[in-house]
Design a protein around this ligand. Structure first.
Ligand SMILES: *[C@@H]1O[C@H](CO)[C@@H](O)[C@H](O)[C@H]1NC(C)=O
Ligand SMILES: *[C@@H]1O[C@H](CO)[C@@H](O)[C@H](O)[C@H]1NC(C)=O
Ligand SMILES: *[C@@H]1O[C@H](CO)[C@@H](O)[C@H](O)[C@H]1NC(C)=O
Ligand SMILES: [Zn+2]
Length: 375
């Protein structure tokens, strides 16, 4: 009996101790939950000069949506191959004006980390400045921005966990013997005719058919459903310092080729004026290489007037592994280029001669009013 009683006694000592331990664990868990729930936990200290893993980008998106509820909404696009949700952020000011859409996606190629960093930078810049910066305010009057910060989420995560230089998605092929489709060879634009491979081991594997991948299916069916209203399609990559216009699958030119080049060249000039970085402008087939199945060519072929691929910094020194110390300058100059494109798109759709007159009248009036308010 004695040893048994002793055992009960010991248990009696241990259980409260164990409960106490459990309580502190619960407390710790609660603190973690509180941190997640408390608004803008990430946003307050979010560094736009760093690369972020996918979990932080998901969190960033939801906190952006919560902080800027009056202009931002978050929308589901579809699921990735590995069943992760794809969301885009819509930045839109309530208005009765007929609006056009600007589409921007980043990170269709997993290893091009500067691209998602730019999408986040772009969103931050628009949201921090749209009230006070007249240029951005004007754009938002008639344009809605749809931003997909990471297109290839599975691949992006894989570059953080396993292989920094992974490019493709993570879909499984040939009975699980090789992985990944090049999502930017998977669009339905002269699919797999040139500059792409049917071999799933290849870096430019085009998939098993046009839009065979869940990611490209999700984006393309969404874009297709809105195409009448999409004025501009921007897809951000690295590296090479290029602004590319259609086409990659042919040397033929699109019917507004001159306009695309002109707007692109002006953007490259604006970019260079910021930090002196040189960009070249041209069609992919002319100045880079032949590619079929790209989203840029597909977007132009379904009738979107302005369609560009940006190849951000650098020019080969660090390549895909651009140091974090260059994020800020890269984003600043790219912002100048994108705003230049958007100004041009805006003017081509909205800024007619009569609008210009109306605008200068309004300007004179508001100047008069501001003088009067000084009195
Ligand atoms: C795929 O792999 C499994 C397991 O190794 C095997 O049983 C099956 O026969 C393979 N299928 C094909 C089509 O090769
Ligand atoms: C390029 O243009 C030529 C002449 O109009 C046409 O015959 C050809 O099919 C076009 N090629 C492609 C790939 O669209
Ligand atoms: C990139 O580097 C190459 C090789 O040094 C050079 O020829 C080219 O002009 C550079 N391009 C730009 C846009 O600076
Ligand atoms: Zn790329």
């Amino acid at each position: 009996m004695k040893p048994l009683l002793g055992t009960f006694y010991l248990l009696g000592m241990l259980v409260p101790g164990w409960l106490g331990y459990d309580r502190s664990l619960t407390q710790q868990r609660q603190e973690v939950v509180d941190k997640v729930v408390s608004p803008w936990r990430i946003l307050e200290t979010y560094s736009y000069n760093r690369y972020h893993p996918m979990g932080e980008i998901y969190q960033w998106m939801s906190e952006i949506r919560e902080k800027y509820t009056e202009v931002v909404t978050q929308h589901f696009l579809g699921m990735t191959y590995e069943s992760r949700p794809m969301y885009y952020l819509k930045i839109s000011q309530p208005s009765s004006n007929p609006k056009k859409i600007i589409w921007m996606d980043c990170g269709i190629h997993a290893r091009e980390w500067i691209a998602p960093a730019f999408c986040q930078w772009f969103v931050k810049e628009i949201l921090q400045n749209y009230e006070d910066n007249s240029r951005i305010r004007r754009l938002l009057k008639n344009l809605d921005f749809y931003v997909l910060p990471v297109f290839n989420i599975d691949g992006y995560i894989y570059t953080w966990t396993t292989d920094r230089l992974w490019r493709k998605s993570r879909s499984s092929h040939n009975n699980g013997t090789c992985f990944g489709t090049d999502l930017n060879r998977n669009f339905d634009a002269s699919w797999c005719s040139i500059g792409a491979s049917h071999n799933c081991e290849s870096l430019t594997f085009c998939g098993t058919g046009p839009m065979s991948e869940p990611e490209t299916k999700a984006v393309s069916s969404f874009i297709e459903s809105k195409k009448e209203n999409i004025a501009c399609f921007l897809t951000m990559h690295s590296y090479g310092q290029l602004i590319l216009v259609p086409y990659g699958y042919t040397k033929n030119k699109s019917n507004n080729h001159e306009e695309l080049i002109q707007v692109g060249q002006k953007a490259a000039n604006a970019l260079k004026a910021k930090h002196g970085t040189n960009y070249r402008v041209g069609s992919s087939a002319d100045i880079l290489y032949a590619t079929s199945g790209s989203s840029r060519d597909w977007a132009r072929d379904i009738g979107i007037r302005f369609s560009y691929t940006f190849e951000l910094r650098d020019n080969g020194t660090y390549g895909f592994v651009l140091p974090e110390t260059q994020i800020q300058a890269t984003c600043e100059e790219t912002m100048e280029a994108v705003l230049s494109v958007l100004d041009d798109v805006y003017e081509k759709y909205w800024y007619t001669n009569s609008a210009r007159k109306a605008k200068s009248t309004a300007l004179v009036l508001s100047l008069l009013m501001s003088f009067m308010s000084l009195l």
